[in-house]
Ligand binder design. Sequence first.
Ligand code: ZN
Ligand code: ZN
Length: 128
Amino acid sequence: MRHREGCKGPHLNPGETAIPAGDVRKGDIVLAATIELNGHTDRLDHATPYTADPRPDDPGCGCAGHRSLTAEDRAKPLVVLYDGPIWDGACDVVPADALVIIRERAEERPAPSREQSGMDVLRDLLRL
Ligand SMILES: [Zn+2]
Ligand SMILES: [Zn+2]
């Protein structure tokens, strides 16, 4: 893949936006996860986009998604974005600060008046 100079990624198509996993809301269409490689954030597109149904992490869950977490992942706050049939019931469990690519929310294009997500509240509390 070639990048423009200084490109940090992720590469977005029209109508896509990248947000921290912790900011994903129920009903968002999640298109891709991301991974940091050599200072560039690369996208890992999901074969089938899913409709997010975020919930708190369940550290005791033994699904394939949870088993694939590294110790480094587990050390961070995690969020489960999806655990439905597309993934055979396995969780898409993601560090809350990792970028995911979602379809732009229709209601946000004209005027941003979104409700606070859990991460916003946390961020306000921590003054990040
Ligand atoms: Zn790039
Ligand atoms: Zn799980």
